[in-house]
Write a protein that binds this ligand. Sequence first.
Ligand code: 2U9
Length: 344
Amino acid sequence: MKERLVELKTEALEKVAQAEDAKALQDVKVQYLGKKGPITEVLRGMGKLPKEERPVIGQMANDVREEISTAIDEKQTKMEEAALEKQLQEETIDVTLPGRPAQTGGPHLLTSLIEEIEDLFIGMGFEIAEGPEVEADYYNFEALNLPKGHPARDMQDSFYITEEILMRTHTSPVQARTMEQHKGKGPVKVICPGKVYRRDTDDATHSHQFTQIEGLLVDKHVRMSDLKGVLNAFAKQMFGEEREIRLRPSFFPFTEPSVEMDISCKMCGGEGCSVCKGTGWIEILGAGMVHPNVLEMAGYDPNEYTGFAFGMGPERIAMLKYGIDDIRHFYTNDVRFLNQFHKA
Ligand code: 2U9
């Protein structure tokens, strides 16, 4: 029996040594130490032994059982340690690697440009005025000398919400509202930036939604030369001291006379090039003296008060300033485009 126990011990310890995973180890445990295992069987057969041998064999069987059990426990601990070590190796973090910089946001190119233009006019004493984008037909058209059926309404295809309410097609209704609030008294000196909407098919130069900045100055004794002085100061600050301006006759229903303002081409210095289409001049904005009908509708006496107004498109100005070839870049929010204009 002693030999049988020694044999079992050797066999079991060998299997423990060979076990490669937790399952194999568990199998060895069940096989040798389980209730139906060979050691239990030896103990059961002790009754057949002479009395004096029983405690010796009993002690030996317990020792063998103990040894196998200890070997299994040690092997299990080793396996757990090895698994942990492997996991630690695999999940090593190199704390010396450079970090990934966090993405930082910034103002949109159009927002920055609009703020720059606002600042220039604030510097000349203008205030900022804002108004609703969903506007009454009255303020968008009627109050601006564009009665129902006026042919110039066709130039501004609109998104109507009801017969009398639409998405504003320009920021001019803000000036009309501002004048009305001043109840026939001057001075009114405002810049009105904001989004406007027109029923248009989007392409490289058209967008159904774009931005405008319009200005209005109403007071006693305001003359065309005041308009020219303000616009000249704006053009030089915005585009450079060496820029010249010129005013060409034009037509807007809300101003009379009306003009369009060009600046001398920066690219060729007035010689003529592809940017200015050979003319030496680039169109920047429209302007004019506020039409007497518009003054009257807002409650001003046109014999006492005069005014000038102007309007420009920030998209167009940004496109000229930065050589942007497609208006859709402003609205598709591709960060590769937008990030180019973030100031450090
Ligand atoms: C009131 C009185 C007069 C605003 C004006 C323009 C000329 C003009 C457009 C140019 C291109 C805007 O970006 S654009 O689409 N605007 O040319 N706007 S005078 O005149 C007004 C406005 C309101 C009460």
